[in-house]
Design a protein around this ligand. Structure first.
Ligand code: PEP
Ligand code: MN
Length: 346
């Protein structure tokens, strides 16, 4: 498949000419009218075709071959920023920033409710929490499963919040969709293509985390798996990559934020918690992530981190959440991407 991106002022004649040329090469032309310009997807095997052939036609701005690259995720295909509507007035993307917060894993009702209240009181309305945890060790706490999903829904509804939770298994798509507002694809599953295809069909917004050693092209191609199933509500998440440095859990690759904003229209969230691995360093990098122009951050929170069943050392304590939000507002306003917070009215 390849995409022929027409110039803004291309005429109907120019478009028809491209379609006619496509049929000569046994490619099926699929016209996608955009707000500003028309894009024509050419379905079929284009290896025999020189893209230059289409490039030289009148009215054509550029040609993106899909055999090598992502297309629906690209800014060439869709210029305007994608703004993902989560419902209840909450959006992710565009010129605003958001904070997603909550515990690493749901452990019990009290632990979840306590953490959720802390973040909600700071104006945050997207609650994170894992019910299915992809643990490196098979002997580590694997999450509460369905009971955890039920708790997430209940606590979020009580506090007028939305839920993001990880899906690790293709067999759980229906179940997780019943309780979650945003599906999270973890770093370890970024290249689980069967799972990506299924969540692409599920019709819920999806946040996909960058794999431990994935290049941006691989990252965007994984997003493309979801997009190409017709699900346009995809959010990217940079969470640190594996490098040689041992002092951090992962190396937070903030330099990719402006690059991704150039390459793609999809929103970009940064997770400093899993990258830094230690709470005393999370706020600094959370602020840096906002300053880099990301569309928001996701942080882990626990009221008793020393008792956490998962990722305790990196969980922010309640006073730290308050401090983070206070300082985040200043960064957001300094870079003209206002931080969206919702006052808490119990
Ligand atoms: C998480 O967000 O809980 C998580 C497991 O993160 P990652 O997939 O980035 O390791
Ligand atoms: Mn975690």
């Amino acid at each position: 498949m390849m995409m022929v991106i027409m110039k803004r002022d291309a005429t109907r004649e120019h478009i028809e000419r491209v379609k006619k040329e496509a049929r000569v090469f046994d490619l099926e032309p699929l016209e996608m009218p955009g707000e500003e310009r028309v894009i024509i997807a050419l379905k079929g095997d284009e290896r025999e075709v020189t893209t230059g052939r289409f490039k030289s036609l009148e009215g054509v701005a550029s040609v993106v071959p899909i055999l090598k690259k992502y297309k629906m995720a690209s800014r060439d295909t869709k210029w305007a920023d994608s703004v993902i509507d989560i419902g209840k007035g909450i959006t992710i993307g565009g010129k605003k920033q958001v904070i997603i917060a909550g515990p690493c894993a749901v452990e019990n009702e009290k632990q979840l409710r306590d953490a959720a209240e802390v973040v909600r009181k700071q104006g945050i309305r997207i609650l994170r929490g894992g019910a299915y945890k992809p643990r490196t060790s098979p002997y580590a706490f694997q999450g509460m499963g369905l009971d955890g999903l039920r708790l997430l829904r209940k606590v979020a509804d009580d506090l007028d919040m939305k839920v993001i939770t990880e899906i690790t298994d293709i067999r759980k798509v229906v179940e997780v969709c019943q309780y979650a507002d945003i599906l999270q694809i973890g770093a370890r599953n970024m290249q689980n293509y069967a799972l990506l295809t299924e969540v692409g069909r599920a019709g819920k917004p999806v946040m996909i985390k960058r794999g431990l050693s994935a290049t941006l092209e691989e990252f965007l191609l994984s997003a493309e798996y979801i997009l190409s199933e017709g699900n346009t509500n995809v959010i990217l998440c940079e969470r640190g990559i594996r490098a040689f440095e041992q002092e951090v859990r992962f190396s937070l690759n903030l330099g990719v934020v402006p690059i991704l904003k150039d390459l793609t229209h999809l929103p970009i969230i940064v997770d400093p918690s899993h990258a830094m691995g230690r709470r005393e360093f999370v706020i600094d990098m959370a602020l840096a992530a906002l300053a880099s122009g990301s569309h928001g951050i996701m942080v882990e929170v626990h009221c008793n981190p020393e008792e956490a069943l998962c990722d305790g050392p990196q969980a922010l304590t309640p006073p730290m959440v308050k401090d983070l939000v206070k300082r985040a507002k200043k960064i957001s306003s300094a870079i003209d991407m206002p931080l969206v917070l919702f006052p808490y009215k119990p």
